[in-house]
Unconditional design. Structure first.
Lengths: 430, 430
């Protein structure tokens, strides 16, 4: 089997500022093609460290894929290290330079002398041109026979180089047309999802991967190197098996996002949605409007942070807040109803809760959040009990996800699958 | 400085099933204590690979912290590898075995022979007992002098071992001489920032790092291992030099975020803020309410996506929209004024633009966005011309950042530094 390893280069990956995700990306891409990565190394922007790591790799691997350190600034040392390792000089490629200048010009920017260095490559390197960023990558062959790829560290650019340049070179014979399906679940943890799928007998040749994509878990089914439709059929049958166990947590599939799926369902129904947000502070509206074309089903929304705003903007009776507190079932139910009425929308999501770090009480600790969705069939309510140690931002993100997931399940007629949902509540019911 | 590296062990980290997060965790923990990790390696559950990696580490580091491969199953090889590396045998610890049996009994489970192996340790190892999982960790000292820690790979357990066992042993008196300052700039690219700082003569011993943290660039000044206040003084003088060149792009310093700095200034002024958001769809309100305690200066905000919402919620004259279009200076200026009036707030930010991918015209292409801030001194306006290829989400994020940055500069009396800002416009001026 082809011996492949990865190296990520950058001080920021070793001092706590940033995490490398490219190693895991490469592992997934290779794993899907039946190749297990042999090693991942993360090294600092130090010439000797990069060279030593390249030399060690040359003793055990056929291919190394390096990322990072190709930027325009002085602390980016990868191109010097590659040249030093190979014992050659750096040469400027006029063609690459022209390309960099053109890409800058296209966005109305002028190139700086620093950027010009991005057209320098070790003598004899194969230049890997880019259309997704400014820096080209390159490939060199070491006297040991190891091929070394040097790619930008930015994940979006790295991904593009992997599929466009690297895979076709290192695995020319592997069927690059994989069968793959992603099931996105929310409201269940990674190990609970794994536990729920325990004993599931997947057909030979299928790989099931778990990936945390906070606050979602993405399950990826991959079949590689199969004839004709066989891979696709296996993936689809496994997908059904997984959905039969975890379907109630499913909030999207494939490349679709949760807000995109919500938007699609609203569009199909000819419906519109609004929000009334306290602890989420506009996050649910932001998610909705992340969808291109959302103006077809989204007109307006309300951030009702203060009690006064809850009354003035979405008509919650101040006495109701006084009696129950702003974080309570009656208040969030009225917020959802009031938002739908004020916006003239068919649906509205409301959220009110204690995101912390302050504001918790013994009966309503930090993480106590109420979510409600008003719909033409009535109003649905769901309490959320989160943990204070998650922190303010995670509590807000999970809350916003619950709001949209609740709306989606109502739109898809599967809200009954969630035992924690109360409703539909009729007019006046709280 | 203590030379520390990390090794994560496990096939599942190299075939795409799981990502290692322990390396990044350790980097953060050490980084906070002024120590930069020297390397992270991820190796498979292969005896020879683990031993080779341990030997290589012993040549360059004082401490290695290994995680994973301590489980009960056959494919977990870490304890054998550690013993093989040290040239000693494995010995069973009766005390550890009793602990494992007791922890299993406490959760009503019976121990299997496989689990008993978790009480085996290389002869002479220091056993690190656990209260958070089943497997104890251990520490060995290699003849080279390197200390090697072997910890479970489960992140929750790994964290616990790090703080309970590892840090107190390797950093008994943490080096306090680290001096660090971060300057966060926005509205300038990474290479333009470096270009602007070209020729800046930083004192010996100071390191200047650039990190893209979209849409901000973070400049980090670090001085290592200096006596007394020397490091702090050097960092502060370099900070002044950088601010003299890039000060107008500075939107926060240190751990503070842009919304936190905006909130602090509002609090100092006893002022409040609201927003009227079209293309950002609530993102600016979400940023504001990300700040703990934001209820002191934030009460409510409006997502005015449709033209009708712009008129009904924040009082923009429909004729003005008809005459100028929703993305225009007069409309965004009125949105800001109207939001402040409707919310009874001292300040209000408004944004209206074409985030794409659809909706562009030859005169107003995708990326055309208008931002305004109403203040007690009048209303300020800033046009933004972004590029369609940035994509919808980036255009929205940059817009939201511009909105908060404009407010910050008004609050700090430095809005005049931005040549693209128009204002203050008096009542009726558009």
């Amino acid at each position: 089997m082809l011996r492949v390893e990865a190296m990520a280069i950058g001080d920021e990956l070793l001092d706590g500022r940033l995490s490398d995700t490219n190693g895991a990306r490469l592992a997934r891409e290779l794993g899907a093609r039946g190749v297990r990565l042999r090693r991942v190394s993360i090294v600092p922007d130090v010439l000797e460290d990069i060279i030593a790591a390249l030399n060690a790799a040359a003793e055990r691997s056929d291919v190394i894929i390096c990322s990072g350190g190709l930027g325009p600034t002085d602390d980016d040392r990868t191109r010097q290290a590659a040249a030093g390792w190979l014992g050659v000089g750096l040469e400027r490629s006029q063609e690459s330079l022209d390309g960099i200048v053109a890409r800058f010009a296209a966005v109305g920017m002028k190139i700086t002398p620093n950027n010009e260095r991005q057209a320098d490559f070790p003598a004899g390197a194969r230049i890997l041109e880019t259309v997704v960023g400014t820096a080209p990558g390159f490939m060199c062959e070491h006297p040991s026979g190891m091929r070394a790829f040097f790619l930008p560290g930015v994940p979006r650019e790295y991904d593009w180089f992997l599929s466009t340049h690297v895979m076709p070179i290192i695995l020319p014979d592997v069927d690059q047309t994989l069968a793959r399906e992603t099931i996105k679940v929310f409201g269940i943890g990674e190990s609970a999802a794994e536990h729920a799928l325990g004993g599931l007998e997947l057909p030979e040749g299928l790989v099931l991967g778990y990936r945390a994509h906070f606050p979602e878990i993405h399950l990826t089914l991959t079949a590689w190197g199969m004839e004709g439709d066989e891979g696709q059929q296996l993936v689809q049958s496994a997908r059904q098996m997984i959905l039969s166990r975890l379907g109630r947590f499913m909030i999207a599939e494939g490349r679709q996002t949760l807000p995109e799926r919500v938007g699609l369902r609203l569009k199909e129904a000819g419906a519109t949605v609004s929000t009334a947000e306290s602890c989420t502070g506009g996050m649910m509206a932001t998610m909705m409007t992340s969808v291109a074309g959302s103006s077809a089903w989204f007109n307006e929304a309300y951030v009702t942070y203060s009690n006064d705003a809850k009354s003035r903007l979405v008509g919650v009776d101040p006495a109701l807040i006084e009696a129950n507190g702003a974080v309570s079932r009656p208040v969030v139910v009225e917020m959802a109803r009031g938002a739908a009425a004020a916006a003239g929308a068919s649906y509205a999501i409301a959220a009110s809760g204690i995101a912390g770090p302050g504001g918790g009480t013994p009966t309503k600790p930090v993480g106590t959040v109420d979510v409600a969705v008003h719909s033409p069939q009535g109003t649905y309510y769901r309490p959320l009990g989160m943990r204070a140690y998650w922190g303010r931002e995670r509590i807000r993100q999970v809350t916003a996800h619950h709001g949209l997931a609740l709306l989606l399940k109502i739109l898809e007629g599967r809200v009954g699958d969630d035992p924690k949902v109360v409703g539909p509540l009729g007019e006046g019911e709280q």
